[in-house]
Design a protein around this ligand. Structure first.
Ligand SMILES: Cc1cc2nc3c(=O)[nH]c(=O)nc-3n(C[C@H](O)[C@H](O)[C@H](O)COP(=O)(O)OP(=O)(O)OC[C@H]3O[C@@H](n4cnc5c(N)ncnc54)[C@H](O)[C@@H]3O)c2cc1C
Length: 298
């Protein structure tokens, strides 16, 4: 793993940037906002904006991140089709839970005041407990706050049962991080079957599932199942990452009268985006194959 990351670190940033460009809105908040406006106006898509950059360690960097999220909220306030997403490591979780939670609470509180919804992304299994703890503490005060759960983890059905009593928005995905076999499924088809089961469980508990996958057959299975139960279309939504070529399917979902939300990352500096993408490639080298396939199938 370390060896693989060392090899990835040797890939020139410029090359990563070329590969990454379809997947990142660009540099600066304005590029994220413009992309969100364009996707909404031209394709009827909703978005969730994300500032790229993980493992922020210095206090001044955490403060700068919080400020940027404040600006993001101000921009999103007049655009109901935009939500925002953020990661605990961007807000200093590796330095301490109390401060991270305080930062998160400040962001969620401002967003609540402005009518903007916030989603807390889920990182690797070492952070699952602390992420859920912070989520539950803040969710008990603010309804605009949602969370992500990963169907590859054995624990996820229990985490769903233990969520807040009030209905929550829960993005359910297979999870990007490779996790040990002692705690997680290793086969993708199983992770996807579990995702469908998690969608059912979320609905049974009155939550709002945000089904995040690009797998067309899984999406169709979800639609058929939820239609067969007569679940109203506005009781759940679908989400995909910017740049993954699924235009026809996205339009089909929009035409069903359903929310189709695109995760739109942007970077303050390209180095952050490059670092982030290299880390993602380290966590999941198959992504490189996907990126290459997608670029050449354009
Ligand atoms: C909106 C959104 C938010 C997410 N948030 C989180 C999170 O907080 N925590 C977390 O652990 N994971 C997150 N993920 C990632 C998710 O867990 C999966 O790793 C990712 O979506 C790939 O799984 P899949 O279900 O699309 O199936 P796959 O079988 O992996 O993908 C199906 C097909 O989609 C295409 N594809 C999928 N991903 C990519 C990609 N990155 N680049 C290019 N093509 C691709 C490929 O053609 C692939 O064959 C998120 C995903 C989305 C869509």
């Amino acid at each position: 793993m370390e060896m693989k990351q060392a090899v990835l670190d040797l890939i020139p940033g410029r090359l990563v940037r070329i590969f990454a460009s379809p997947y990142v809105a660009g540099k600066g908040l304005i590029s994220g906002i413009r992309k969100a406006e364009e996707l909404h106006l031209k394709q009827g898509l909703c978005t969730t904006l994300d500032l790229l950059g993980e493992e922020v360690v210095k206090a001044e960097e955490v403060n700068a991140t919080v400020d940027l999220y404040y600006r993001m909220i101000e921009e999103a306030a007049s655009k109901p089709y935009i939500t925002i997403s953020l990661k605990p490591t961007q807000l200093g979780i590796l330095q301490g839970e109390a401060e991270c939670q305080q930062n998160l609470r400040r962001i969620v509180a401002l967003a609540a005041q402005k009518g903007v919804r916030v989603t807390l992304d889920m990182e690797d299994h070492l952070l699952t407990d602390v992420t859920l703890r912070m989520f539950k503490a803040i969710r008990s005060e603010f309804d605009n706050f949602g969370i992500v759960l990963q169907s590859r983890l054995f624990r996820t059905p229990e985490d769903i049962q233990a969520l807040h009593l009030r209905p929550c928005r829960v993005r359910i995905c297979i999870g990007i991080y490779r996790e040990p076999s002692a705690i997680a499924y290793q086969d993708k088809p199983v992770m996807k079957q579990k995702l469908l089961e998690c969608v059912k469980l979320l609905l049974d508990h009155g939550h709002y599932p945000e089904i995040a996958t690009h797998d067309e057959s899984l999406i169709r299975k979800c639609i058929n199942y939820l239609d067969s139960l007569g679940v109203p279309k506005d009781d759940y939504e679908f989400q995909m990452l910017l740049g993954v070529p699924r235009t026809a399917l996205q339009q089909e979902i929009v035409k069903r009268g359903q929310v189709m939300r695109i995760y739109v990352p942007f970077a303050e500096e390209w180095e952050f985006a490059i670092h982030y993408l290299k880390r993602r490639l380290g966590a999941n080298p198959f992504m490189l194959g996907m990126v290459v396939r997608n670029i050449f199938s354009r």
